[in-house]
Ligand binder design. Sequence first.
Ligand SMILES: [Zn+2]
Length: 266
Amino acid sequence: MQKTGGIQKMITTIKGGNAIYQLPIGNEIVAMNELVGQQITLKFNGKIVCSNCGVVTRKSYSQGFCYLCCQDLARCDLCIIKPETCHHHFGTCREPQWGLDNCFTPHIIYLANSSDVKVGITRKINTPSRWIDQGAVSYLPILKVDTRLKSGQIEMALKDFVADKTNWRKMLKNEIEYVDLISVRDKLLLKIQAHINKLNAIKLDNNVLTIRYPVIQYPYKIFSHNFDKNTNITGILQGIKGQYLLLDSGVFNVRKFSSYNITLTY
Ligand SMILES: [Zn+2]
């Protein structure tokens, strides 16, 4: 089979604790779990189309946008990565209405374990895609606040005690330190009680959820495929974790190459 079109980051859902991956390519969706164990080829056709305005761009910015959209869109602003720097109240939001719709809504602070425990924030509590995208093997929502800014402030307070980044190499190699997220939560919340009170954060009483990934063989060493250097990637698909395809020839970060026009052969 052969599919050609622009790719976007894989759609991730969970079924019976298993991560399910679908790759959008052009107007089609490819069920990726079914390809694990098979030889696949990904060929970059030399064209990148901005996923916002549709112009052809020589380079991809912010994972799939042209330069101008990357400069204009609020979702490409630094405050999305660092929510504690939200500047909406100064009147400088790039898209004030988008900001109201997306950042002035309830946000969740969670703990996730993808290699070690980390803290993160998300808008959506009911879709596990956030945690699958990070390759978390378990996660636990711990607090709820009413704006993105407050979630960033809580995250900053927690940063003194727990990581806020995934070690993606360890995640891909499945080098995980298993910890009891409930007891980590209980200890952390005690340390930031003053912030919880000040920001009116609500404590959540969730259970730890676990995620299994479709992987036959984890890589021992990480080699990253890069379409900007090599346009033809082939290998046996040994698994999928986070937004990565784990080929026996190296790993491919699908999200990084969003908006690239490719041909997938399987
Ligand atoms: Zn654009």
